[in-house]
Design a protein around this ligand. Structure first.
Ligand code: FES
Length: 94
């Protein structure tokens, strides 16, 4: 069912277990994503493109600071700084 999945690189992955963050979800799903700082919002390597970013909560200060520094588009988000939300459509930059 679409509402209980997240689309990652055009593949629907079921949300079938608890995850502390979108990064945690992707790691549990064995998606190839970097996370050099271990999820503390300081490295930027977990950056993903979120097609429907409007459904995410606003950036918290850590993520906002990096977004300002690096000139992120609204769709560029840190997987470690966002929650799992059913229906998200994301792409992992190669
Ligand atoms: S893992 Fe480093 S910013 Fe997300």
């Amino acid at each position: 069912m679409k509402s209980s999945t997240i689309s990652v690189n055009n593949k629907d992955l079921p949300i079938d277990q608890e995850s502390t963050s979108l990064l945690d979800f992707l790691i549990k799903k064995k998606v190839d994503i970097n996370h050099s700082c271990g999820g503390f919002g300081t490295c930027g390597t977990c950056r993903v493109f979120v097609k429907n970013y409007e459904i995410l909560e606003s950036r918290e200060s850590i993520e906002q600071e990096m977004a300002d520094d690096r000139g992120f588009l609204p769709s560029e988000r840190l997987a470690c700084q966002n929650h799992v939300i059913a229906g998200l459509v994301i792409e992992i930059p190669s």
